[in-house]
Design a protein around this ligand. Structure first.
Ligand SMILES: [Zn+2]
Length: 107
């Protein structure tokens, strides 16, 4: 479908000038304010990204490293153990521990 170039320009002009000048000016001011806020927001997001890269990730890396080391050396501390009747699971290292010859609390 061919649309006349002039008709396009005329239609767009008509629609965009339908509201009175004060309303259009007010809208433009708000649009400019919006652009400023978006700019301000992007500045804050950049700061967050910088902190994330320079401060958050290094700490997370240390935690991951420490956790891996502790998982290897896990002593299955009492507060990490969950009893499932037939076996015990250590929440820290995720080991499933089955006790052979369990005393079943009878000794
Ligand atoms: Zn464990």
């Amino acid at each position: 479908m061919h649309i006349d170039e002039e008709k396009i320009t005329a239609d767009i002009h008509r629609i965009s000038t339908f509201r009175d000048k004060n309303e259009r000016l007010s809208f433009k001011r708000k649009k400019d304010k919006m652009a400023d806020l978006v700019k301000e927001l992007n500045g804050v997001k950049e700061k967050i990204l910088k902190i994330t890269l320079e401060e958050v990730y290094p700490i997370e890396d240390k935690i991951t490293e420490l956790r891996a080391e502790m998982t290897k050396e896990c002593v299955h501390p009492k507060d990490e153990l969950v009893h499932y009747g037939t076996h015990v699971v250590c929440k820290f290292c995720e080991a499933k521990i089955t006790l052979v010859g369990s005393t079943n609390g009878e000794d």
